[in-house]
Design a protein around this ligand. Structure first.
Ligand SMILES: C[S@@+](CC[C@H](N)C(=O)[O-])C[C@H]1O[C@@H](n2cnc3c(N)ncnc32)[C@H](O)[C@@H]1O
Length: 381
């Protein structure tokens, strides 16, 4: 423990206990209750080797391959983000929402959110997507560890669950399957029939949200051991959330869906993420929830499918405009924001203003394709 303290490892006493209990294959409580027990030479060597790696910054969870999340034990390795305690807030919030929802965990990583929810809400059907095949194989391993797929339940639960699942069979859930793991970009691997099922839908996402400005600050932290694709969210950290809301805006364009979205955020991004949400989902109601440290951590986004017709048509127009302008996002994010909010506020004038903006701000070869994608703005007015 001395070595860890000297190296300014913040959680030195806890890490020393975790590493020793892993070497001895005993619970931490056992170590505390038996402080005088002797250890063998080989155990001592293994322990010293782990301490040396920890001193260099490797996270204890990667050294032991275990991390506790919401009271459950998860296998982790360098291919997946280590579950963070602040993400447990998503579990708390989802549990308040519905008794038999379809939950879609986007960017599942170790599967900690999907599996904990499948465990805590027996009637839920869960989809879990990730772009990384290595992360998905860990998530599947954790689902097996917790006997989620196939499931063992008390009889009464199985019966009522079967009734619920009859509607879900078409969506790929057969009896006993609680989580379907799918590889692909955000929501794209989901079968389209999911959106037609009558159940409440809950999308949860803890997508990579660190911005470029953090890159140089992580040289000395354990973040440098975690997979890049689990951490970095482009220049302002919101690249993946933009893509996700764009996908959602397309999905809700064609049908009314009872949908709540919960995303984990960097507290510093609160204002910006609200703008992004309003840009793609103008009719959404947004609530920000704080974590135990009092920091803004979760955005709960309620899509109300019972909005009055007038409001809905505003949402649809804005969504269509947003989707049409989305190819511009990479070129000029400000352009899309300005044009879209202008369109929503003063539709007809804004359409003209949008054209002028495009002509002023874009390189000449791009003006014509963008103008034609804007052409139908008039149709919306
Ligand atoms: C911050 S980690 C979160 C993991 C887990 N949900 C958790 O809370 O611990 C983000 C995850 O999103 C995945 N990911 C990144 N981009 C993605 C994309 N475009 N589509 C699907 N998954 C993506 C990463 O592979 C990674 O597993």
């Amino acid at each position: 423990m001395k070595k860890l303290k000297l190296s300014k490892i913040p959680s030195a006493p806890l890490d020393a206990e975790i590493l020793l209990s892993s070497v001895l294959r005993k619970k931490r409580e056992y170590l505390l209750a038996h402080p005088g027990d002797a250890i063998t030479l080989s155990q001592s060597q293994k322990y010293q080797a782990l301490i040396s790696r920890r001193v260099k910054g490797e996270p204890a969870a990667y050294l032991t391959h275990h991390k506790e999340f919401y009271g459950l034990d998860f296998y982790v390795n360098k291919n997946t983000l280590i579950p963070r305690p602040e993400s447990e807030l998503i579990i708390e919030e989802v549990k308040k929402i519905a008794a038999s929802p379809i939950i879609i965990d986007v960017g599942t990583g170790s599967g900690c959110l999907a599996i904990t929810l499948a465990y805590s809400i027996p009637q839920a059907a869960v989809y879990a997507t990730d772009l990384s095949p290595k992360a998905l194989s860990i998530a599947r391993r954790n689902a097996r560890l917790h006997k989620i797929n196939p499931v063992r339940e008390p009889r009464s639960l199985t019966q009522s669950r079967n009734l619920f699942l009859t509607g879900l069979k078409s969506a790929g859930f057969s009896n006993g399957i609680k989580i379907k793991f799918l590889r692909g970009n955000l929501l794209s691997p989901l079968p389209s029939c999911v959106w037609q099922l009558p159940s409440k839908k809950i999308i949860i996402a803890n997508l990579p949200y660190l911005s470029e400005k953090y890159r140089k600050d992580i040289r000395d932290t354990s973040l440098r051991y975690e997979p890049r694709e689990a951490l970095w969210g482009g220049k302002d950290g919101l690249k993946y959330y933009r893509q996700l809301f764009q996908q959602i805006s397309k999905i809700i364009q064609s049908r009314a869906i009872d949908l709540t979205i919960l995303i984990e955020i960097n507290p510093e991004q609160t204002i910006r993420i609200k703008k992004v949400i309003k840009q793609y989902l103008p009719c959404a109601e947004i609530k920000i929830k704080k974590d135990l440290a009092g920091l803004n951590r979760i955005a709960v986004i309620q899509m109300d499918r019972r909005k009055p017709a007038k409001m809905r048509s505003c949402c649809e127009s804005a969504t269509q405009v947003s989707v049409r302008l989305s190819p511009l996002q990479d070129l000029r994010p400000d352009l899309q924001n300005n044009t879209l909010s202008a369109c929503v506020r003063k539709r007809r004038t804004a359409a003209r203003r949008g054209r002028v903006l495009l002509q002023k701000l874009l390189p000449p070869p791009l003006v014509s394709p963008c103008l034609s994608s804007l052409q139908s703005l008039n149709d919306l007015n």
